[in-house]
Design a protein around this ligand. Sequence first.
Ligand code: ADE
Length: 239
Amino acid sequence: MIAGNLYNADICRLMQIDIITVAPELLESPFSHSIMKRAQDKGLLAVRTHNLREWAINKHGQVDDYQYGGGAGMVMMCEPLANAIEHLQKTTTYDEIIYMTPDGKTFNQQTANQLSMKENLLIICGHYKGIDQRIRDLYVTLEISIGDYVLSGGELAAAVVVDSIGRLIPGVLNDETSALFDSFQDNLLAPPVYTRPAEFKGQKVPDILLTGHPVKIEDWRHEQSVQKTTERRPDILRD
Ligand code: ADE
């Protein structure tokens, strides 16, 4: 199912996304350009980063410690995380508290659609060996992985998630219907697209796209989508 909000371009509201991180610098650039910048400039999206070290347990900025039971790698401690989360909860009620982790639920367009309908999200970026399990048990409502590989921290993963959600917020894209035709909406990969010139290095734009016949063009695009999805991603293809 395609998210209902994609159709309701007239309902404009602010989505607030708070991100707890030990590396706020990593999140500066992804939200300062292009569509994410436009979303914030239009007052449709507010992304705020919070440096976990503000809640460090000592003046050295400590937020992690050795793991019980031994083993390599540090674990992000309960106290700074709990204090950061509870501080933010004083002024905001979160629809989801998300922890970015490679052992979370694999992110996809359906989850992006669902999250784009929320109002307030809190994202926790892990580092080192991850965060103390008790924070996951006590506060986290959703654990997200962006794929079966391990990043050095959750920040880049959080940027991916926020970008994919942000562009779905009504009013963010210029031509709102364009999100409807993204790959994965309706479980199909997007069809090929062409722009000028009509011929490049002997390769011609398919004739059908030059006919100006909207119904035939739509049918052709759908066929192309089905063919591409069958070849590349039969796992997502619906009957
Ligand atoms: N942190 C480290 N690796 C990650 C991944 N694959 N997805 C989400 N968060 C992560």
